[in-house]
Write a protein that binds this ligand. Sequence first.
Ligand code: ADP
Length: 257
Amino acid sequence: SNRIVVKVGTSTIMYPNGSINLQRLEKLAFVLSDLKNQGKQVILVSSGAIGVGLSRMNLTERPVTIPEQQAIAAIGQTELMNLYSQFFYHYGHQIGQVLLTKDVIDFPVSRKNTANTFEQLLIKNVIPIVNENDTVSVEELDHLTRFGDNDTLSAIVLEITDADLLILLSDIDGFYDKNPMNHEDALLFDTIHEITDATYALANDSGSRFGTGGMTTKLNAAQQVLEEQKQMVLANGEDPTILFRILAGEQIGTLFI
Ligand code: ADP
């Protein structure tokens, strides 16, 4: 099909100093809008609610308690969607917010309702923007409600919407044989065909200041995608026009196939 899921990490939409990267957000809206104009069906999974919330509340650190973090996420989610809404509107596109909890994988009825919502949004030419429902998904009830990271969530969205290609935009050029932030001699993989324990061993987690995923959750996502005979690309979101090049079939980042 012609349906793609694009996920952006917090590091893609926030500056390292904790401010919102407006030109990045605007460029992302421009690129996704243009892909939509080309006839693609686009679903965006966006992290960043906590980052944006902290920035709006003039905080530099995540609060300690989970309820406080949930409050910050609620604030940030609203502001983030407000920004997306304005940028996408500027390029002629309507967005729809989809907040998911883990019951979409555990309960067939929830899953069906979610699939129906996506389907209708896409039929109406709307761009769904997805995040985890942080109000409902509490960390202590991990296994019950929480995906825990948007990498895994985006692989589930790919499955539910029966899209073929997941593109994860992050702050690195792809998957390396060691963490490139700590090792200058790290080598980029062009293509990965299977995820084994040996693959996971190459993903030493550090991650960005606000990000929660790291490389392990990206490999979890890739594993799910490969199990379903679908494809995933991990690439650098520094310049969102990279999406044009990926979809034109250029070998960029790491292709999981
Ligand atoms: P995002 O916010 O985009 O989800 P994360 O910060 O969670 O991004 O994950 C990306 C980070 O994973 C990279 O910046 C890098 O520091 C780290 N990383 C660890 N191991 C690897 C590896 N083998 N290849 C690439 N990146 C790695």
